[in-house]
Design a protein around this ligand. Structure first.
Ligand SMILES: C[S@@+](CC[C@H](N)C(=O)[O-])C[C@H]1O[C@@H](n2cnc3c(N)ncnc32)[C@H](O)[C@@H]1O
Ligand SMILES: [Zn+2]
Length: 981
């Protein structure tokens, strides 16, 4: 087998620091490409940048590292670090040189350093040296290909660090975004920003001339910045027929410094609801809205019109945006800070009506192949997968026009027309006009996001939230309508400014004599246009199952872009909607899990085909479910890839990626891989590995990695997933692995072994002072379970609530929150198995529910551990009826028949049968304030139990900070100390 010099990423990566920079980057807005235009599931630039560098640069500490790179890197690192006083590193020591490179990568991940000259020059010099040292022709650059480019983070970083790049996506909207970032900005730089500003100003002035009359100022000179509307239905209560405004919440402003709300004033005689605005209100003074789970309660008669009727009524009115009721107008006053809230006045209603009339007039005289307002169909939605994101059709919003009120549509169509009419100033090459118009078109999209009837007023920021606060297009009962001319957040000028800031911030790509341009194409990843062996790096971030329905979401923007930019992008924008052949799971389109796995597998095979035999691949996946994850790995192995590393980088925390359950397992993982090819580029199909050899090599490999990761603070699920890549190398370097019998070993079987090896190694590490093998299965499982959930940073468990999937009309019952320490069942099962523990036997310790497994909170173990009913635990004073409970040994624990009051206490228990049980008993005595009983229990039953005390020590570090368990176990340890034992 030919081997190639290892790259840094196959050896090490500072994932903790990169993760921290990536999370910080999420709060950075100005100039970040994510503010150019919405794209879903964008990857943080910090991560793409670091991974890119570490994939391009060889590890200088490998014996076969080309000398040329090692020498160049010594010089480059000395030049970079010495002036900042890093004299501790001897760059002639290959290990120190490796560290210097990794430190550079970690620092470069910082957004603040990302455009600094010294960082750019250093990175580019290293990239150039690496490329030439690895056999690239002098003067050429390495080519990085991303066939699922999306918003363009990966290719942008390729250009930044000195590589060439080819970015493609199936989706024309994504392709346009990539064109702006990789072609237009590098070609025109600051000149482009200047021209957008100039032309944008012209569109603003022209739009004002046409539209100002529809957004009249208040008689006192105040400017309306947003109109807050609600959809309505007619009450179906017997004999009522009142107009019911569909309101979820009556709050208008809800901040610590200010509170404003609406009050409903039902008028029984006139059968309608009036409103008052109340300022400086307390939470308890604000009433409930009128809608809950899609049904609407009438404030006049109290009757609740059921979901089906609400839908039927709105359906007959195309969603009811056009005849919504105006509740409130938000204004700013000249010379005054902050926003004011007032009830509507006559002129507000007249202006909106006039706008509707004007829109009708324009529609009547409109000519052209496309309708004035987009009449393309909205996504069908439905089903349990990706389709859940769309419920518009349930309410009659069958085409995109229905998502806009007439005045919103009037404003957007005006802006869209003006964008087509802009004229550049002075002499420019023909490409400049397309560049300017494309960027203005993106700004119109930004305006459309803020100017649809699916944008909600953000009561904490006092700003419009926009249509895509989340990765869904659900109905919104009450919506804001911004005034695009207001001079406040959400208006046209703001949209323009965001775009200009990005162009300016990325203009570093245009500096010097040598602008860095990328290539962009609209092509499917499963049948790519790239020539065989043409790429040096294949770095990509494919869709993940049903997490994001990209094409259906992007149609919202596509229908506007095709009305503005067809001249310069005929091929991209000529279809009715964006192509639906994307690789996702979407039952509404007949795409199941198998479809997804197969099509991503084909894309991976394409990637391997166009990557040079000595090239390197990086594929980003979420690892939400172990089975999904294994399917992807199998698909990649089948496509001819060998894994050489895996790095989880915790970036998704707090993000709104749908369908993520447990944050601890929600990092995105970067799989590092190499083509299983001969030097001539042909796939190797005849390397057979023997199962016994593979198994023999595995523990050593894990033993090498895990402690090393732990020493860097990488623990828990992150550590497990970091071990998988190296472990998989042993298996995937063969075209197949066989048992002595000739039977082929499937990846699934190998993965069970990998988890087991990791669990054993980890347990030895976690309980290192406690002789792990001496504990019963319950203690082993508890320790490993808690460790898996720990993040190492602060020992905190952060469990993320599943996102509210379908939005305001959610009619399904919400999943109740699970107490305790929750892992995905399959992960828990694998860990347990690896430790020789059996989940099914440990029902008083852990509980399996659906695809989740829960380690019970210690308080829930009380009845089992004390053999009597306990109604108060840890001062909670909650009464609980408990049923007879089966114990581990199969007996039935006697339960007191009566419930005890808040003063009930635990009595001294019979010592439990395992070390963990006895420790939990002591913890519960402590929690219950049973000082004497605890003293006796310690003195008489457990003081001499060395195993128990070392387990207590270990668990005190594993229970999450702030948890009851942590407090209790520490309490027990302190008590023992104070007893002088
Ligand atoms: C996870 S996103 C990429 C996000 C990107 N890394 C970023 O930071 O913005 C996946 C992308 O794959 C694209 N896609 C889905 N199926 C595709 C296919 N068959 N060919 C090419 N692109 C596809 C989607 O349009 C989406 O943009
Ligand atoms: Zn009623």
């Amino acid at each position: 087998m030919t081997t190639y010099p290892k790259r840094l990423i196959e050896v090490d990566l500072p994932i903790k620091k990169i993760g921290a920079h990536a999370r910080r980057e999420k709060s950075i807005r100005h100039g970040h490409i994510s503010t150019l235009h919405i794209w879903w599931a964008r990857k943080p630039l910090a991560v793409c940048r670091s991974v890119m560098c570490a994939a391009l640069w060889p590890d200088p500490a490998q014996e076969d590292c080309p000398l040329r790179f090692r020498e160049d890197a010594q010089a480059i690192m000395a030049r970079f670090w010495n002036p900042i006083g890093r004299t501790d590193l001897d760059f002639h020591d290959p290990m120190a040189l490796r560290q210097a490179l990794l430190d550079f990568i970690a620092d470069f991940a910082n957004w603040d350093n990302s455009t600094k000259k010294e960082y750019l020059e250093t990175a580019r010099a290293l990239t150039q040296s690496a490329h030439e040292a690895l056999g690239g022709a002098p003067g050429t650059r390495p080519l990085v290909v991303d066939p699922f480019a999306g918003g363009g983070s990966i290719p942008l970083e390729a250009l930044r660090v000195g590589a060439d790049t080819f970015a493609s996506d199936l989706n024309p909207v994504a392709v346009l975004l990539n064109k702006v970032v990789l072609e237009y900005i590098p070609r025109y730089g600051q000149r482009l920003a200047d021209e957008i500003r100039r032309c944008g100003e012209w569109t603003k002035i022209e739009a004002e001339k046409e539209l100002a009359q529809f957004y009249p100022k208040d008689p006192n000179g105040a400017t309306p910045i947003a109109y807050l509307w609600v959809r309505t239905i007619t009450c179906e209560g017997p004999g009522c027929g009142a107009e019911v405004p569909l309101i979820r919440s009556l709050w208008l402003v809800k901040k610590s410094s200010r509170s404003v709300a609406l009050r409903l004033v039902p008028d029984g005689k006139r059968k309608l609801v009036e409103f008052e605005i109340i300022e400086s209100v307390k939470v308890q003074d604000v009433g409930n809205g009128t809608v809950r789970r899609g049904s609407a309660t009438c404030p006049v008669c109290g009757y609740t019109t059921p979901v089906a009727s609400v839908r039927r009524q709105l359906k007959s009115r195309k969603g009811g945006a056009a005849d919504a009721r105006l509740l409130c107008v938000v204004t700013t006053k000249p010379g005054e800070q902050g926003r004011s809230y007032r009830l509507p006045i006559e002129q507000d209603l007249v202006a909106a009506d006039k706008a509707a009339g004007e829109l009708e007039r324009r529609k009547a005289i409109h000519k052209g192949p496309l309708s004035l307002v987009p009449d393309e169909p909205t996504p069908l939605g439905g089903g349990s997968g990706a389709g859940r994101a769309f419920s518009l059709r349930n309410y009659g919003m069958n085409c995109f026009e229905d998502l806009f009120t007439p005045r919103q549509a009037l404003a957007l169509t005006t802006l869209a027309r003006l964008v087509q009419e802009v004229r550049l100033s002075g002499e420019h090459d023909s490409g400049m006009e397309a560049a300017v118009k494309t960027c203005l078109g993106l700004a119109v999209d930004k305006q459309a996001d803020k100017l649809s009837s699916l944008s909600r007023w953000d009561t904490s920021r006092e700003n419009p939230q926009g249509t895509f606060g989340r990765q869904v297009l659900p109905i919104v009962w009450g919506f804001d309508e911004v005034n695009p001319l207001s001079g406040s957040g959400g208006d046209w000028r703001t949209a323009l400014n965001w775009v200009i800031l990005v162009v300016e911030k990325c203009s570093f790509l245009n500096e010097g004599h040598d602008p860095r341009l990328g290539q962009v194409d609209c092509v499917s990843a499963i049948q790519h246009s790239m020539a065989d062996d043409a790429a040096n790096v294949f770095f990509t971030d494919p869709p993940y199952y049903d997490a994001v329905p990209y094409s259906d979401l992007s149609d919202f923007f596509y229908v506007w872009l095709k009305r503005m930019l067809t001249d310069s992008n005929e091929r991209l924008l000529s279809d009715c909607l964006t192509p639906k052949e994307e690789c996702i799971v979407d039952e509404t389109k007949g795409k199941d899990k198998e479809y997804f796995e197969k099509s991503v597998g084909r894309a991976m095979a394409e990637g391997r085909r166009f990557l040079a035999p000595d090239g390197i691949g990086v594929v980003v996946f979420a690892h939400k479910s172990t089975s999904g994850w294994e399917a992807m790995l199998q698909a990649m192995i089948d496509a001819g890839w060998i894994f050489t590393g895996s790095w989880p980088i915790d970036t998704e925390m707090g993000s709104r990626l749908r369908a993520m359950d447990s944050a601890a397992l929600a990092s995105s993982i970067h799989l590092i891989c190499r083509p299983r090819e001969s030097p001539d580029g042909s796939v190797r199909t005849d390397d057979v590995g023997y199962w016994s050899d593979v198994l023999a090599e595995l523990p050593g490999r894990i033993h090498e990695w895990l402690p090393n990761l732990a020493s860097k603070g990488v623990v828990g699920a992150d550590a497990i997933f970091s071990c998988l890549g190296p472990a998989l190398e042993i298996y995937s370097r063969y075209s197949r692995v066989e048992k002595a019998s000739g039977e082929v070993v499937l990846l699934r079987e190998y993965m069970e072994e990998v988890w087991a090896a990791v669990a054993k190694e980890a347990l030895g590490m976690i309980l290192k002072d406690a002789n792990a093998s001496g504990f019963e299965e319950d203690a082993r499982l508890t320790a490993m379970w808690l460790w898996t959930l720990s993040s190492g940073a602060n020992g905190n468990l952060e469990v993320q609530e599943p996102d509210d999937l379908v939005g305001e009309e959610d009619v399904s019952a919400k999943g109740s929150k699970m107490n305790g320490f929750v892992l995905e069942y399959d992960a828990a099962r694998k860990i347990a198995q690896g430790l020789g523990a059996h989940l099914e036997n440990l029902t008083t310790l852990a509980e399996v529910k659906g695809d989740k497994a829960r380690l019970l909170p210690v308080s829930e173990r009380t009845p089992y551990l004390f053999g009597q009913v306990i109604s108060t635990i840890a001062g909670k004073g909650r009464k609980k009826k408990r049923e007879h409970q089966t114990t581990l040994s199969g007996g039935v624990v006697a339960q007191a028949q009566t419930e005890m009051g808040p003063s009930s206490e635990l009595s001294l228990p019979a010592p439990g049968s395992t070390v963990l049980d006895r420790l939990h008993q002591a913890m519960l005595l402590f929690s219950n304030g049973r000082s004497d009983a605890l003293k006796r229990f310690i003195e008489e039953d457990i003081s001499q139990d060395q195993g128990l005390w070392s387990l207590a020590q270990s668990l005190s570090a594993l229970y999450p900070v702030g948890s009851e368990e942590r407090r209790w176990v520490e309490g027990v340890l302190t008590r023992k100390k104070s007893l002088g034992l």
